[in-house]
Design a protein around this ligand. Structure first.
Ligand SMILES: [Zn+2]
Ligand SMILES: [Zn+2]
Length: 249
């Protein structure tokens, strides 16, 4: 199935495989990019019993970052590995938007396979350490995540192969949630903050509904309307669409 989403500034075409998983995403050209600059490619794989979106964002030179690896079963690990080999990519950072189980299930695999330590916000460090305990409660097998190699802060820059993400601190769904904003190309890798017509749950330990709403209003809704939000679950959306249509805001 081919799906097209367009607006004045960005035109995105995604191909959804027969499985319903999004498997490949074309670049999003926006006028603010200089003519010679190649855009990044966003690859999305949907993994684990929670149907979590794992993102591989690749720079034109082949360097890539792996964001929220949720691979759970061996075949999901192989799918991630195959994507990276097929595209000829070199993973250079392992980033977590937050430390909920579904977003860190593949941390240990990525660390072992590509020798990268996870990076996340310090306020989610306890959640990361507690994962082996709460994964048992959920009945989920977990190879514990390696300890973080670095902590991410509001305003940090993630730079690889000419691609730039700014880290925005967006707590509420959990205490240390961050999103990765690519201003030049007009998109956000958004984790579990804002979904298409929905928002992140706040009934888990550390959740705070009022804080989540202010993160959305002050951090995401201040971005240009055309900004595409690639969420941790479900299909992509835009800031402008959610500002108007989201029933929770
Ligand atoms: Zn979450
Ligand atoms: Zn999630």
């Amino acid at each position: 199935m081919e799906k097209q989403a367009g607006n004045l500034f960005a035109k995105v075409t995604i191909f959804v495989a027969a499985t319903g998983r999004c498997t490949a995403v074309l670049p999003i050209p926006v006028p603010s990019m200089s003519a010679h600059r190649q855009p990044s490619r966003i690859h999305c794989l949907t993994f684990n019993p929670f149907q979590e979106n794992t993102y591989v964002v690749a720079a034109p030179n082949g360097d890539c970052v792996i964001i929220d690896p949720g691979c759970y079963e061996a075949r999901e690990e192989q799918a991630l590995e195959r994507l990276i080999e097929r595209e000829g990519l070199k993973p250079v950072r392992l980033l977590n938007t937050h430390a909920h189980l579904d977003h860190i299930l593949g941390n240990a695999f990525v660390t072992e396979r590509w020798n990268l330590k996870p990076e996340l916000h310090r306020a989610d460090h306890d959640l990361l350490r507690a994962a082996p305990v709460y994964s048992e409660a959920w009945g989920i097998r977990l190879t514990p995540s390696p300890e973080p190699g670095a902590f991410l802060e509001e305003g940090d820059w993630i730079r690889f192969g000419g691609v730039e993400f700014r880290v925005l601190f967006t707590p509420g769904h959990c205490p240390g949630h961050v999103v990765f904003y690519n201003e030049a190309e007009g998109y956000v890798i958004g984790g579990d903050v804002l979904f298409q017509r929905s928002i992140g749950r706040t009934d888990l330990p550390g959740g705070d509904h009022a804080q989540l709403l202010s993160s959305i209003r002050e951090k995401l809704f201040t971005l240009p309307d055309a900004t595409v939000v690639w969420p941790g679950h479900g299909p992509e959306t835009t800031v402008g669409e959610e500002r108007v249509e989201n029933p929770f805001l």
